[in-house]
Design a protein around this ligand. Structure first.
Ligand code: DC
Length: 227
């Protein structure tokens, strides 16, 4: 039986995470949050004071990436994320760790080190993979490829609400600047830049709510999956 793969790529704050989780629950598929892997690696390298010398200590950093001790524990209330026996569920979602992840993500050796870990998520009955290069690099064979985007302003608004909901005191202009800087870094990097696969279904969610986007996605995915 074919293990179906659905990929959702797009810029940060486009709603990928929420929609990927919704799709995984709907189709009863496994879920890969690849951004979390980059965030975990960024956090781990920061904790070991290696983030500012990635180039000169690349062999050590690559080893750390391959051996990263991580665990995703999913229950009815969400997914807990563990790094080296620490619960980092909240920590990895902060803007600061997003910055760490973005630094890690431009290093080809580190992306390669995370390649096998990501491929290992392909398990029956299927996988929903959320990231930047899921369709273009990690799972080019995916049956359903979706590229979810939205304007930087609407993504900043959403991120503001999300962070305020977590009790964080943040300013919209800082979030927007962060998003624009991260988009630039993600889209202009030499290796696996953020871009839609040539056969991706592109959805702009700027003016759509989650349910409307979900409906577009399931209509598309239902046509693509194979038994
Ligand atoms: O989706 P996110 O915000 O959790 O991703 C964190 C960072 O990791 C972001 O700067 C882009 C990078 N990333 C990547 O380069 N490739 C992926 N497949 C997922 C995330």
């Amino acid at each position: 039986m074919t293990v179906n793969i659905i990929t959702i790529d797009g810029p940060s704050g486009s709603g990928k995470g929420t929609l990927a989780a919704k799709l995984a629950a709907y189709y009863q598929f496994h879920l890969l949050d690849s951004g979390a892997l980059y965030r975990l690696l960024g956090l781990s390298l920061h904790q070991q004071n290696l983030l500012d010398c990635l180039d000169s200590k690349i062999d050590l950093c690559t080893e750390i990436a391959k051996k990263l001790d991580i665990k995703f524990v999913t229950s009815d209330v969400g997914t807990e994320v563990w790094l080296d026996k620490q619960d980092v569920t909240q920590t990895i979602r902060t803007e600061r760790v997003g910055e760490f992840a973005s630094k890690v993500a431009i290093i080809p050796e580190l992306r390669q080190a995370l390649f096998d870990r990501q491929r290992a998520f392909v398990q029956a009955p299927g996988l929903v993979a959320d990231g930047r290069d899921m369709a273009t690099t990690i799972f080019p064979e995916a049956q359903a490829k979706i590229y979810l985007t939205a304007s930087a302003e609407s993504r900043a608004e959403r991120r503001l609400k999300q962070l305020q909901g977590m009790g964080l005191d943040v300013k919209i202009k800082d979030i927007l600047a962060n998003i624009q800087a991260r988009d630039k870094r993600d889209m202009e990097r030499a290796v696996a830049p953020l871009k839609p696969a040539t056969d991706a279904y592109i959805i702009d969610s700027s003016k759509l709510n989650i349910n409307q986007v979900f409906k577009l996605m399931t209509t598309f995915v239902d046509q693509q999956l194979v038994n």
